[in-house]
Write a protein that binds this ligand. Structure first.
Ligand code: ADP
Ligand code: MG
Length: 243
């Protein structure tokens, strides 16, 4: 399997606080990785380093052979291949659903307006929201907003998708629709790195679960290994609290 993301000796400090402590990890094409761990353990920081929304203190992050920490790497070009979905959707409130989705591909000259709209409508069909194309985000439920945010990220045809607690801000009845969209993506072979507290989803959809605590990955294995036979005491403690 082709290596998609390689993280080498990644350290991230905020002042004296070491948030990521010498992380080395490799993610293959088509991997669906769920990252689990307690609050404040460094999950979001790790994910944000993968598209350099955060600048690492030291170490290397290599995506498709391009070192994101190398000053000569065109970070904007690399980012075009990495979609990101946040807990709080971050849709543009002054743009319609359709405009939210067509903005990046048209602004960056990837697609004509007509082609971007065609693609956006296909994506809205995929996430089950074609009838909402002319609505503004304020008039959508949380779950609908998140599905639009996923469609928006997909509009750039990324080959990696990063999700940071995509269902944590949703009412429980909205969670399933969003997870189903993510499941569909996983089935299509998308490389996905997902920070989540949805252990059921991790068990069912991930091929790999990584447990992080105190800025280090303490355990990394199949869902079966992590959930049924965790080796590390901190993994066991964490799972006892959340399962
Ligand atoms: P998680 O997503 O696992 O809850 P985070 O990656 O958000 O954890 O945060 C890990 C640690 O880094 C926390 O102690 C947090 O306070 C700290 N941290 C995160 N972002 C910043 C920042 N921009 N400035 C200073 N400290 C930060
Ligand atoms: Mg977080």
């Amino acid at each position: 399997m082709a290596e998609k993301i390689l993280v080498e000796n990644l350290v991230k400090k905020y002042g004296d606080n070491t948030v990521l402590n010498d992380i080395t990890a490799s993610i293959n094409e088509g991997d669906v990785v769920c990252i689990i761990g307690p609050s404040g353990s460094g999950k979001s920081t790790f994910l944000r380093c993968l598209n350099r929304l955060e600048d690492p203190t030291s170490g290397a992050i290599i995506v498709d052979g391009a070192d994101l920490t190398d000053k000569n790497t065109d970070i904007n070009l690399v980012r075009q291949h990495i979609g990101m979905v946040f807990q709080h959707f971050n849709l543009f409130p002054h743009l319609s659903v359709l405009e939210n989705i067509t903005l990046a591909p048209t602004d960056l000259g990837k697609l004509s307006k007509a082609d971007a709209e065609k693609r956006a409508i296909q994506l809205l069909e995929t996430v089950g929201l074609a009838e909402k194309k002319d609505i503004y985000p304020d008039n959508l439920s949380g779950g609908q907003k998140q599905r639009v945010a996923i469609a928006r990220a997909l509009a750039m045809n990324p080959d990696i998708m990063l999700f940071d607690e995509p269902t944590s801000a949703l009412d429980p009845e909205m969670v399933g629709d969003v997870l189903n969209v993510m499941k569909k993506l996983a089935k299509q072979g998308m490389t996905m790195v997902i920070v989540t507290h949805e252990m059921g989803f991790a068990k069912e959809v991930a091929n790999r679960v990584m447990f992080i605590d105190g800025g280090s990955f303490l355990e990394d294995g199949t869902p079966q290994q992590i959930f049924e036979n965790p080796q590390n005491d901190r993994t066991k403690d964490f799972l006892n609290k959340v399962l």
